[in-house]
Design a protein around this ligand. Structure first.
Ligand code: DC
Length: 216
């Protein structure tokens, strides 16, 4: 049986894990799944149908309808959709449906980079590599502000920071699959690191694991 290679990347919103996941998937020629988009798709469906985010049975139906091949980042990337996603993500039945799909994706050869909150702990506990990418809330808020300003928008740093802290609390504090580093995850703090440096650091970790495996 050919080995399917899995890289699990977890961390809070805005730590840079999405960009890192994309770079790593390109470099190692693996499939890529931003699992946040699956929770966003559920939230988006509820919003579209004007349903409350705590309508669990509607959220389950929306979760079953999520098609991993049709996740539209442009539509799902809105900030409000991310907030709503964090709320529907607390429901265990919704998570179970999405996790099944994510595991199916991870098993498809040649393997994948998956990024999210519970990849190393729940979705792919046997991943070949686990990275936990983090950065201080202030740095993440600063990056988000710069991103908004770069496309001509305006925002308030204090509000962004409060938003980030609130989202962290919800994602880390929920009972089912809270955001936390897996015991065997490599920690990557990008607070004082540009994306290129984070990519090089991640590559060094991965190449080291691969070299040890080749020798074994
Ligand atoms: O990474 P993101 O901002 O697109 O994720 C949106 C929300 O989805 C996040 O706040 C919590 C939830 N999520 C999750 O619970 N588990 C994942 N594996 C990915 C995202």
């Amino acid at each position: 049986m050919t080995h399917v290679f899995t890289i699990a990347i977890d961390g809070p919103a805005g730590a840079g894990k999405g960009t890192l996941a994309r770079r790593l998937a390109d470099h190692y020629r693996l499939n890529l799944l931003d699992t946040g988009l699956t929770y966003r798709a559920v939230a988006y469906a509820l919003i579209q149908h004007a349903l409350p985010l705590d309508n669990v049975s509607a959220a389950e139906t929306a979760a079953r309808q999520v098609d991993l091949a049709k996740l539209d980042r442009a539509v799902l990337s809105a900030h409000a959709v991310g907030e709503a996603a964090s709320k529907v993500a607390v429901y265990p039945t919704v998570r179970r449906i999405l996790v099944e799909k994510q595991r199916g994706f991870a098993k498809t050869p040649p393997g994948a980079v998956l990024d999210g909150r519970d990849i190393g702990t729940v979705v792919c506990p046997d991943a070949d590599i686990k990275l936990y990418v983090t950065a201080s809330a202030e740095v993440r808020a600063q990056r988000r502000l710069a991103e908004i300003e770069s496309i001509g928008g305006t925002a308030d740093f204090i509000e962004i920071l409060a938003d980030i802290v609130r989202r962290d609390e919800r994602d880390m504090g929920r009972a089912d699959s809270p955001l936390k580093p897996a015991a065997d995850a490599h920690l990557l703090d990008t607070s004082e690191m540009a994306i290129e440096a984070a990519f090089l650091a991640a590559m060094a970790i991965i190449d080291d694991v691969l070299a040890k495996r080749d020798k074994a």
